[in-house]
Design a protein around this ligand. Structure first.
Ligand code: TYD
Ligand code: MG
Length: 457
């Protein structure tokens, strides 16, 4: 008989302690420790399937053959790119996102695309009955013979089905609904999520089957369950977008098989998700040309440049503390750039409210957008529009200098492709690349200089 031992596990960070405490020493959250029964004795080592027992020996790194990761590609190029070129066999991929954003839809569509390539796919839903999944499939006009659906929450049975079917891809729709019998805590708790993920990882690696798991997102926007979950899997994707926009962005935040910060853009239509191949056009679609406070920046999202409009509204504040608000941009940058404009350019901004917004619901977090934000603010403040065919690129330093950015050539090419006529960018970026013929590139050293070019009439 194995002894029953209990422990207290923090539901936020996974910290474990033998005694209860009000405040978690790991993450300083209050009241987050929950009692869970520890698996002891034999049950801890009970595997639901056989693992390889051969002992591995260290190898010389030069003696290891380097083969390229084989990839399973889907017809959705946006999806392939976010994964770094397709699905890697044996990888465990976690997809997080707000409820209703379209995770199940996306994964069902991907499943059917692979099934249409004669690759059997097993779609396991712990949240919906097979009938509900079928309804969704009808809506998406899915008629794939090799797409198998299973409504199951017991991990033991799930693994058994994977072992018999040996599919080319497995989707587990929401890790929070799956449970292991040996773990006594409720589905969705830290230990269940951890144990189930661990088991799925072993299955993925043993049979070389890629597994996609859906993870719910907490109010704060992180994937529910311990941070550890993100460390355990090979790839973490977030599916995001504003509820009121039809655009959805799939973003990779961790990828053992590709670069991170890669972004794929989709549009949610009546008949499912459609990929958006030319994001710049979409982000600039509703642009109000010639309005004060609007500029366009060429920002890198992973390996791809996207052109996005940045809007600023500066208006006198009526209360003591002027407001500084940002949407889609790190809001700490706004007071900083305004201070630079005040001190180095002499704009009197301290008694002004500032609202800065990245249009289209995208989030930009690279410093290369600094110059465009600064020019937007200055343009709104002076009520003087920028020229609609200008693009601004550059990081702004505290002395008002414009600093060089990465991948200037790609950014400028994208701007030229969309018909922009002038790029105002850091002077230090000017050398060593070929400028497209249709566009003029102006190098500047300071924000003041950029304003002279960009705002002068
Ligand atoms: P869903 O994939 O169920 O979201 P999640 O799994 O992330 O919770 O998406 C549900 C939303 O998507 C729902 O509001 C309806 C909408 N939708 C469409 O607009 N078109 C479609 O073809 C489908 C299947 C869903
Ligand atoms: Mg769902």
């Amino acid at each position: 008989m194995s002894k029953r031992k209990t422990k207290f596990v923090c539901q936020e960070c996974g910290y474990e302690t033998p005694r209860w405490m009000g405040k978690c020493p790991g993450c300083n959250n209050w009241n987050s420790l929950v009692e869970e029964v520890e698996m002891t004795g034999k049950s801890k080592h009970r595997h639901t399937f056989s693992t390889g027992t051969t002992v591995r020996k260290p190898e010389k790194i030069t003696a290891i053959e380097s083969e390229k990761e084989p990839r399973i590609t889907t017809k959705m190029k946006e999806f392939n790119r976010v994964l770094g070129g397709g699905v890697v066999p044996g990888s465990l991929v976690l997809i997080g996102g707000d409820p209703g954003i379209g995770k199940s839809t996306l994964l069902l569509q991907i499943s059917s695309l692979l099934a249409d390539k004669q690759l059997p796919v097993l779609y396991i839903s712990g949240e919906e009955s097979t009938r509900q999944t079928k309804l969704r499939a009808d809506r998406l006009s899915i008629k794939s013979d090799l797409l198998f659906v299973l409504s199951e929450t017991n991990l033991f049975d799930i693994v058994k089905q994977i072992e018999t079917l040996k599919p080319s891809l497995v989707v587990v729709d929401s890790i929070q609904t799956i449970f292991r019998e040996e773990v006594t805590s409720a589905p969705g708790s830290v230990s269940q999520v951890r144990e189930c993920t661990g088991e799925l990882m072993r299955v993925a690696k043993t049979y070389n089957i890629p597994i996609f798991i859906v993870g719910h997102v907490t109010k704060e926007g992180a994937i529910a369950g311990p941070r550890m979950l993100e460390h355990m899997v090979d790839t973490v994707l977030y599916f995001e977008g504003e509820r009121h926009h039809t655009y959805r962005i799939l973003r990779s935040v961790k990828n053992r098989f590709g670069s991170t910060n890669e972004m794929g853009i989709f549009e949610m239509k009546e008949e499912g998700l459609k990929e958006v191949m030319n994001p710049s056009e979409i982000f600039l679609e509703e642009r109000s040309e010639g309005a004060a406070g609007s500029t366009v920046v060429a920002s890198m999202e992973g390996t791809r440049p996207v052109l996005v409009e940045i809007q600023a509204l500066i208006s006198p504040s009526s209360f003591g503390n002027p407001r500084r608000m940002g949407t889609g941009i790190d809001h700490n940058r706004i007071p900083l750039l305004m201070a630079v404009l005040e001190k180095r350019v002499g704009l009197m901004l301290q008694n002004q409210d500032a609202y800065v917004k990245v249009a289209g619901g995208v989030k930009l977090d690279e410093p290369a957008i600094d110059l465009a934000v600064s020019i937007s603010i200055a343009s709104s403040f002076r009520n003087q529009p920028t020229r609609p065919e200008d693009i601004f690129i550059g990081e702004v330093g505290l002395t008002g200098e414009v600093r060089r950015v990465s991948r200037i050539e790609q950014r400028v090419q994208e701007a030229a492709k969309l018909g922009f006529k002038r790029v105002i960018c850091p002077r230090r970026n000017l050398d060593g690349w070929k400028v497209p013929q249709t566009i003029q590139v102006i190098g500047v050293d300071s924000v003041q200089e950029a304003m002279d070019f960009g705002l002068a009439r």
